[in-house]
Design a binder for this molecule. Structure first.
Ligand code: SF4
Ligand code: MG
Length: 317
């Protein structure tokens, strides 16, 4: 079939001073080839950890990641090398992820060197092409990261990821640190590259407005698990989970008439600690619909409409 990535019951726990931090706790989803799955939630909800575990930067505590029908933890050296090439990551802070002492050309060429793809003139041409692909030019190859603006640095980060012809890219908040005016340019660049190269994205963001245009489907995370997952259009018009409804009510609507009549849902309280999360539904301490069962039984992610999954007891039959 055309599923490129399958994540099954993924867990990533960290040992911290006060106990065990369950950053990712039983997360499952699939991504189809050429699709963009948005992954949204407040900071600390486990979305970056999910991305990093999926790509192999962290070793999973439990569950599995299946790429191109092969479980990552069962890959032999050769398949693992291929996986490391096919699955790339773009980071939130392009500056922190770019070595300040390396020229842009060498930063972009690093993957080419590691994977031994091209040398000499071919390598140079490839780097020039990559810079042009992301809207920079060949003269930029000899310069250093500090000479560039935030948006240009993110373009360098994208060129670096594209250098080794990936099929799947985890974009970890690639536009969150950028000016609003630049965000759309980077999203458009990513969408054009996807179209041209048939890329698949896991696109991580902390607010729903940022993933709206790029995502085919969106998963909403809260305290280490998925609260809701559905087609992008459906999520914005028919959000079912109380947490999604609250997140969505914070997204401004361009039409002032609609905006004025809208009910804002203010979430009370802070996100509880993932070291000692609430029993049952993790959202219950902030949910105005919480019932007795919510503190006793953890709601599982169930399909309530075609392709629309929600983890909430309000939808128990
Ligand atoms: Fe609210 Fe209960 Fe649904 Fe959790 S399971 S979101 S506490 S109604
Ligand atoms: Mg993050």
């Amino acid at each position: 079939d055309n599923v490129i990535l399958e994540v099954k019951n993924l867990k990533k726990y960290f040992h911290v001073n006060g106990g065990i931090l369950k950053a990712v706790d039983d997360v499952s989803f699939t991504i189809k080839r050429g699709e963009t799955l948005g992954l949204v939630g407040e900071s600390g909800c486990g979305k970056s950890t999910t991305g990093r575990t999926v790509i192999g930067l962290y070793e999973a505590t439990g569950g599995s990641v299946i790429f191109d029908d092969i479980p990552v933890h069962k890959m032999n050296d050769e398949t693992r090398r291929k996986f490391a090439r096919k699955a790339q990551m773009i980071f939130q802070d392009p500056y922190a992820s770019l070595n300040p002492r390396m020229t842009v050309g060498d930063i972009v060429g690093e993957g080419i060197d590691i994977h031994g793809l091209y040398t000499g003139k071919e390598r140079r041409e490839r780097i020039y092409n990559l810079l042009e692909l992301v809207g920079l030019n060949r003269e930029h190859a000899n310069r250093f990261p500090h000479e560039f603006s935030g948006g240009q640095r993110q373009r360098i980060g994208i060129a670096r990821a594209m250098a080794i012809e990936p099929e799947f890219i985890v974009c970890d908040e690639p536009i969150s640190a950028l000016d609003v005016s630049i965000q759309a340019q980077i999203v458009n660049l990513l969408m054009n590259l996807q179209e041209e190269k048939g890329l698949t994205y896991l696109f991580i963001a902390h607010d729903l407005s940022m993933v709206r245009h790029i995502s085919d489907r969106v998963a909403v995370m809260y305290l280490g698990s998925i609260a809701e997952l559905t087609q992008s259009g459906e999520l914005y018009t028919n959000p079912l989970h109380p947490y999604t409804q609250a997140l969505l009510s914070a997204v401004p609507i361009p039409d002032p008439e609609v905006e004025r009549k809208r009910e804002r849902i203010i979430l009370e309280g802070d996100v509880p600690s993932p070291i000692n999360p609430p029993s049952g539904c993790r959202f219950r301490t902030r949910c105005k619909y919480a019932m007795d069962i919510c503190s006793e039984v953890t709601p599982s992610l169930k399909e309530v409409g075609s392709g629309h999954f929600v983890a909430c007891h309000l939808f128990d039959k």
